[in-house]
Write a protein that binds this ligand. Structure first.
Ligand code: XLS
Ligand code: NI
Ligand code: NI
Length: 437
């Protein structure tokens, strides 16, 4: 094993009283909770882009972190990143990783060279995976960073840019299949618009669907059995992103007949950018049978952009895990930390602290979500709140045995509805008593 994270030991569970910054306080990987190990409930994944590549630059300043791992040749840097990534995952007990093609291998002078670089690094990663048992959660392509995608990729006005994106997707799918990934993500980085004055929205959406269909057909023809995901986000980098939120994406998938192959990769900070809660997005996915995977992070309520902070908010994590449990848990998906340390947290130690805090927050979230379910008061309240649909006229409505005339007759006979309190404050108190009790 390499030793890039020299101060970081193999991180162990020491319990809530531990003051060791390099120990888990709540995440006890092997502990069985309701029939499954914590690590299998949570399926934590490392995001290659933020963790191995992100150097801390922002619109006002250059990077503060050296991510060259002591090398200068781009392919050597890429291999050192692989060594460092596997060292980090082994030390933290993280069993999955997620990547963009561009994070793992450098671009060459032309597409053929880029393709060759990617294949070489994929082989190198493959070797490390065999040695360590670490797995790929999902892969994707970066079709938003390069100037050739300034107008979008699948939604570009340029058919050549569309073709280039398609070529990248083909190779990123090959890489994902080679690495045994169980998912392939579409995050519509620049699939949106800045102004409708220059945008043929209808053609752009049709083309985006065409590209996704091509990806599904190609991957399935190569034996890919995993899930495709769309990762909704309402804005940033474009003013309006087409994959605005889960509900919008569902409409798109159904219109183009893509709903059998695609699920959602829900990102916490994207949910809040869309004016929703994280739990809302998860709930919409769950009730529509398209819950797939999670990009775990958090934003800052005072900042209106995708700050991608490591998630430490236990309320959010608890309500998230409540939805995950109700959705039946993860199958092909998992919890990918699409999160980055702050610019001033520039040491390798900070990355470990960040993951430890995030993993502990979600471990607590898992424990507390099961406590909510075992306690039963919230689920019981919910059940009783809708009891009027279990018998009488409510049952008729649900079973399709009521029409407007019947309901008019019912109303004439029964008069004003008798309503009950929604008890929001009481329920919030129950939640607190479970989280802190
Ligand atoms: C950006 C997205 C991105 C995707 C992968 O906001 O979260 O990181 O997860 O392309
Ligand atoms: Ni993301
Ligand atoms: Ni994001």
């Amino acid at each position: 094993m390499s030793n890039y994270f020299a101060n970081v030991p193999v991180v162990k569970y020491e319990g809530p009283k531990s003051k060791n910054p390099f120990a888990f306080k709540f995440y006890d990987a092997e502990k069985v909770i309701v029939g499954k190990k914590m690590k299998d409930h949570l399926k934590f994944a490392l995001s290659w882009w933020h963790t191995m590549c992100g150097a801390g630059s922002d619109p006002f300043g250059v990077g503060t972190m050296d991510r060259s791992y002591g090398k200068s040749d781009p392919m050597e840097i890429a291999k050192a990143k692989v060594d460092a990534a596997f060292e980090f995952m082994q030390k933290l007990g993280i069993e999955y990783f997620c990547f963009h093609d561009a994070d793992i291998a450098p671009a060459g002078n032309d597409f053929a060279e880029t393709k060759k670089n990617l294949a070489e690094i994929v082989d190198y990663i493959s070797g490390k995976m065999k040695e360590t048992g670490i797995k790929n959660l999902w892969g994707t392509t970066n079709a938003f960073g390069h100037p050739r995608f300034m107008h979008g990729a699948g939604t570009s006005c340029s058919a050549d840019s569309f073709a280039y994106a398609a070529a990248q997707i083909k190779n990123a799918i090959d890489a994902t299949i080679k690495l045994g990934g169980t998912g392939y993500v579409f995050w519509g980085g620049r699939e949106g618009y800045e102004t409708l004055l220059n945008t043929d929205m209808g053609l752009e959406l049709d083309n985006m669907a065409r590209l996704m269909k091509m990806a599904v057909e190609y991957a399935r023809s190569k034996g890919f059995k995993g899930d495709f995901y769309i990762e909704p986000k309402p804005k940033e980098p474009t003013k309006h992103q087409y994959d605005f939120d889960t509900a919008t994406v569902l409409g798109f998938l159904r219109k183009y007949g893509l709903d059998k192959d695609f699920k959602m990769n829900i990102e916490a900070n994207h949910a809040t950018l869309a004016g929703h809660t994280f739990q809302h997005e998860l709930r919409v996915a769950r009730i529509n049978g398209v819950f797939g995977s999670i990009d775990a992070n958090q934003g800052d309520p005072n900042l209106g952009w995708d700050t991608d902070q490591f998630p430490t908010n236990v309320y959010e994590a608890t309500l998230c895990m409540y939805e995950v449990i109700k959705a039946g848990g993860f199958t092909n998906g998992g919890l990918n930390f699409d999160a980055k340390v702050r610019r001033a947290s520039f040491t390798f130690d900070d990355i470990a602290h960040a993951y430890i805090s995030g993993m502990d927050a979600f471990a607590l979230g898992l424990i507390k979500a099961y406590e909510i379910i075992e306690d039963g008061r919230i689920d019981k309240f919910l059940d009783e709140r809708y009891a009027s649909y279990k018998s009488g006229i409510g049952k008729d409505i649900v079973e399709g045995k009521a029409d407007l005339e019947k309901l008019e007759a019912y109303t004439l006979a029964n008069g004003e509805p008798k309503l009950e309190s929604g008890r929001q404050e009481m329920l919030e108190g129950i939640l607190n008593s479970i989280i802190f009790g």
